[in-house]
Write a new protein. Sequence first.
Length: 178
Amino acid sequence: MRRLFLLLLLVAFSWAVGFGVFLLSLGKPLGAHPTDAVVVLTGGPGRIQRGLDALRRQDARRMLVSGVNPDVRPRELAAQFPADRALFRCCVDLGHEAVDTRSNADETVRWVREHEYRSVRLVTSDWHMPRARLELAHVLGGVTIVGDGVPSRLRWRMLLQEYHKYLVRRGALLVGVD
């Protein structure tokens, strides 16, 4: 019984330390930092604008917006950002295949390889950055990934859910389950 208690105590301690490290790895806004490309994962406010801001500053040459609804056309999305229509025409690609973080990574790796990029600015919500970066790093190999977190209203329940998703995915990758 004592061994079981010690084991449970060790597991709880490891979980708590891991959660602390997870909180420290949440995405922070990046600012000016040149990369070859920007990858924006859809699903939260401010993400596309953050990517467009990087393009406008010429911190990247091109941007992929991954996980766009298949019914959305480039013109429709560009209409939401009137000041940046020229950027949409020249430098923004829409990915319509991704439906979750893993498929965002699959969509991104094809695009990055097609364009032969060596560095990517990853734009997603602050809470989503650790798992999104994990997925991209898994498929992109030698490509440098720089996180650019969009601040959000952090809630403990959401953070705990995301931490558990991160743990499950990290564990799956460690044992070779893709």
